[in-house]
Design a protein around this ligand. Structure first.
Ligand SMILES: [Zn+2]
Length: 178
């Protein structure tokens, strides 16, 4: 069961809901078989371009975005969650498509599976971004590394008019083109 982070925030940041499922799912998402383990510092990005629309999905350990993976308890942790959500709700500051394409972001969909209140539990986040463009976009500047410095590696799967491809991004390599 996935829990929707914004509604949980509205309900007082009780991210413990679904925690029993979270532990098992953190190590193997059902919707993306074989994508690898939950490793701190690494995340996965799926990019699909169809004509003038772009769908981007980010799957990441919460640690990369927050510095912790349990339900927020302290005011500081709650602030960190708010700050993360604010960033994710401004997709154009994280994912910059070619300016010539004239793309507009739709509201991001964010869901999170926080860890249990144990020492070694893990939690993941999935964020889905959608853009509609005036012209077909040809490249993307990924700014996630500056927004989330704990992130060190991004494994990208692209499905574009140029075909399917896999690329690995890192803080010194942040541009995708097709
Ligand atoms: Zn973890």
């Amino acid at each position: 069961m996935k829990t929707l982070l914004p509604s949980l925030l509205a309900a007082g940041l009780t991210l413990a809901a679904g925690a029993t499922l979270a532990h098992g799912q953190a190590h193997g998402h059902k919707h993306a078989p074989g994508h690898g383990a939950h490793v701190h510092g690494q995340a996965r990005l799926l990019l699909a371009v169809h004509g003038n629309t772009v769908q981007i999905s980010l799957e990441s350990p919460l640690d990369n975005l927050l510095g912790f993976e349990h339900a927020p308890r302290t005011p500081k942790e709650k602030e960190a969650v708010e700050a993360m959500l604010a960033r994710l709700k401004a997709p154009e500051t994280l994912l910059a498509l070619s300016p010539a394409a004239g793309c507009k972001a739709e509201p991001a969909q964010v869901s999170a599976l926080p860890g249990q209140d144990g020492q070694d539990s893990h939690g993941d986040l999935e964020a889905d971004f959608s853009f509609t463009c005036a012209n077909p976009p040809r490249d993307l500047e990924v700014k996630l590394f500056t927004a989330f410095p704990r992130l060190k590696r991004l494994d990208v799967q692209l499905a574009t008019p140029a075909g399917q491809a896999a690329q690995r991004l890192a803080p010194g390599k942040t541009r995708l083109s097709w």
